[in-house]
Ligand binder design. Structure first.
Ligand SMILES: C[S@@+](CC[C@H](N)C(=O)[O-])C[C@H]1O[C@@H](n2cnc3c(N)ncnc32)[C@H](O)[C@@H]1O
Length: 267
């Protein structure tokens, strides 16, 4: 997907973005603020601030933050939350002088770039102390093996594709984020959350009904309804149990200065 297509997708998803993503947990937000203070990261630049899903709780906890994003619709949602230090702009060419901020934060953004190296270098250029990233993992817990527990998304994709609907491949955020970490060993790392979560089947389905991601956003309504009923028929309405973790990683900006590190392209 080209950078323009990525932004176009967020323009469309903006109205349902918050309803289809989990909020930043209060406890994780408090830990994140403590880490930012320890790192001397304020005033912080958040690149890809989106609807302010992360920025708004940080602002509520007193963090001095400026958010930048390429999508007008996402920024409009952030503004509606009372965030005012917002700017439209592109991560590949930030409109700031060298070293303008102590730190730059990417929250669930790096996976969107097939090659995040130029974006990381650009963040490093405007950061005096740190380039930061919030990275998460969401995996079914190994302690709860359930042979019948078919993944909701996998069934949806299978049914949609079997009916001839073209489902684009996923951005695979967690895999891409892991590739970034493998290519660029962080200098510091802060565990913010690691816990088992249980989500009701209805809540899980609602996210897909709202077409909040690329699996469902272009599916015709009748076909989506059929696919969702097929999910219910096949796996039943057992709740979805996941192990979720959230980590803040920090790199010294010099890590991304030329000569560039190894490429982190993931196909
Ligand atoms: C998955 S959302 C994350 C938003 C927010 N950080 C969060 O955690 O909820 C990714 C955001 O990055 C923005 N984005 C994508 N490509 C961008 C680019 N090249 N420059 C600036 N923002 C970009 C999108 O518009 C979107 O708001």
């Amino acid at each position: 997907m080209s950078p323009n297509e990525v932004v176009e997708r967020f323009e469309r998803i903006a109205p349902v973005f918050d309803a289809t993503r989990r909020p930043l947990e209060a406890e994780a937000a408090v830990r994140l603020v403590a880490a930012l203070r320890e790192l001397g990261a304020e005033p912080l630049l958040e690149v890809g601030v989106g609807t302010g899903r992360v920025a708004a709780p940080l602002r509520d906890l007193g963090v001095d933050l400026l958010g930048i994003d390429a999508s007008r619709a996402m920024l409009a949602r952030a503004r509606a939350k009372g965030l005012s230090a917002l700017l439209r702009g592109d991560a590949t060419g930030l409109p700031f002088r060298d070293g303008a901020f102590p730190a730059t934060l990417f929250a669930h953004v790096l996976h969107l770039f097939s090659d995040p190296a130029p974006v990381l270098s650009e963040a490093a250029r405007v950061s005096r102390r740190w380039v930061l990233a919030l990275v998460g993992t969401t995996v079914p817990p190994p302690l709860v093996p359930d042979p019948n527990d078919e993944d909701v998304r996998a069934i949806l994709v299978e049914v949609l594709r079997a009916s001839g609907h073209e489902v684009p491949s996923r951005a695979r955020p967690k895999i891409r984020e892991r590739a970034v970490l493998a290519a660029h060993q962080p200098d510091r790392s802060f565990a913010l959350a690691d816990r088992l979560t249980e989500r009701s089947f209805e809540d899980e389905l609602r996210g897909f009904q709202l077409r909040g991601d690329r699996t469902t956003m272009d599916a015709p309504p009748e076909l989506l309804a059929h696919a969702l009923s097929e999910v219910r028929r096949r796996r039943g309405d057992r709740p979805i149990v996941m192990r979720e973790s959230l980590t803040l990683v920090a790199w010294a900006p010099a890590r991304f200065f030329p000569p560039a590190g190894p490429k982190t392209t993931v196909r």
